[in-house]
Design a protein around this ligand. Structure first.
Ligand SMILES: NC(=O)c1ccc[n+]([C@@H]2O[C@H](COP(=O)([O-])OP(=O)(O)OC[C@H]3O[C@@H](n4cnc5c(N)ncnc54)[C@H](O)[C@@H]3O)[C@@H](O)[C@H]2O)c1
Length: 319
């Protein structure tokens, strides 16, 4: 990680959940960090205050002027800006495509023009759909939503830019990242907030659908390694743990870990317009063999300890 000392790094989506953790870690490693973000969900970097090695472009990745200015004289780009969340992406599918496609094109074009060493593109486990598991990087791919299709297009653009201009890239397919600063678009935070408000945890369907939950610190470590490891060049890599957890097990774990005076209840509800059954992923777990081999990293945080850390952070924040 010494390679990040004085490296000039751009993080798009850097005030978001994963981005803000990544920026914080880059700053502790001595990197000079430039963030592009339109603050769609607030600024999760606010707690850092001013930092001499951090600059923020409050702008849109679809604006080529902003992107080319921010990428001037930089070494490495982590491209995370995207519209995220099942409800948000359902509400504005054409904007999801626009941000993903125009935004990614702007980042790749500016990267070529500025001689950037590598673009790390935030893709998603959504590209796999849910027909095969564990999910391996070479597919098959059964995208079920506009968001998933948009991520596949972004990956294709990365490959095309490599072929045409020799630009190096790494596509990271994140599997349900969680941890401090996450908001209620994501299931773990939603469940915790329900318990804190003494309301039942709401579970869509029968709760048997599985996810591969990855703690933010492990995700950030793997993201950083993807930016510098020669082995990660021009690869798609799963960022997960290889462990499937059913949503009802997750709810039980959160309920028992929250030390609530009122025992939390679980309520099973039907799919609806906000969360249509046709785009639900019923089983999802990563094959992490490739990540282990190329990044030489195994996730360190179990779901139980990650949930414990996240709950402690939530409770601390409330005090
Ligand atoms: N959190 C996960 O579990 C997960 C899973 C799979 C993939 N991902 C991918 O990782 C990346 C980061 O996700 P996250 O969980 O931190 O989400 P997030 O919503 O917290 O962060 C995304 C950031 O992008 C910014 N953004 C959105 N549109 C923009 C635009 N047009 N111009 C500039 N900035 C814009 C938002 O303001 C936000 O700060 C995304 O690309 C997401 O698709 C995340």
């Amino acid at each position: 990680m010494k390679q990040f000392q004085n490296l000039r790094v751009v993080v798009t989506g850097g005030t978001g959940f994963i981005g803000s953790h990544l920026v914080e870690k880059l700053l502790t490693l001595g990197a000079e960090v430039t963030v592009i973000d339109n603050l769609l969900h607030g600024n999760k970097l606010e707690h850092l205050g001013r930092h001499q090695n951090l600059s923020l472009y409050e702008g849109d990745v679809r604006d080529i002027g902003v992107v080319s200015e921010a990428l001037k004289d930089k070494d490495l780009v982590f491209h995370l800006a995207a519209i995220v969340g099942v409800e948000e992406t359902q509400l504005a599918p054409s904007e999801v495509l626009d941000v993903e496609i125009q935004g990614t094109l702007n980042v790749l074009n500016s990267a070529v023009n500025n001689g950037i060493k590598r673009v790390v593109f935030a893709s998603s486990s959504e590209v796999y759909g849910d027909l095969v598991e564990p999910m391996k990087e070479d597919g098959p791919f059964y995208p079920k939503s506009t968001y998933a299709i948009a991520k596949l297009v972004g990956e294709e653009y990365c490959q095309a830019f490599h072929q045409k201009y020799g630009l190096d890239y790494t596509c990271l397919r994140y599997f349900n990242v969680y941890g401090p600063h996450q908001d209620e678009r994501f299931v773990i935070t939603r469940f915790m907030k329900r318990v804190l408000c003494h309301k039942p945890i709401l579970i869509y369907g029968n709760g048997q659908q599985t996810r591969d939950f990855t703690y933010i610190d492990d995700s950030v470590s793997m993201t950083l390694l993807a930016g510098i490891k020669p082995e990660a060049r021009c690869q798609a890599i799963n960022i997960g743990t290889g462990i499937a957890t059913a949503i009802c097990e997750l709810a039980d774990l959160i309920a028992t870990s929250m030390d609530s005076k009122v025992p939390p209840k679980l309520a099973y509800i039907n799919y609806d317009d906000k969360r249509p059954r046709k785009i639900e992923i019923f089983s999802r777990v990563a094959d992490i063999t490739k990540a282990g081999k190329l990044l030489q990293y195994e996730p360190e945080t179990t779901l139980a300890s990650g949930i414990r850390k996240y709950i402690d952070w939530q409770l601390d924040k409330r005090r």
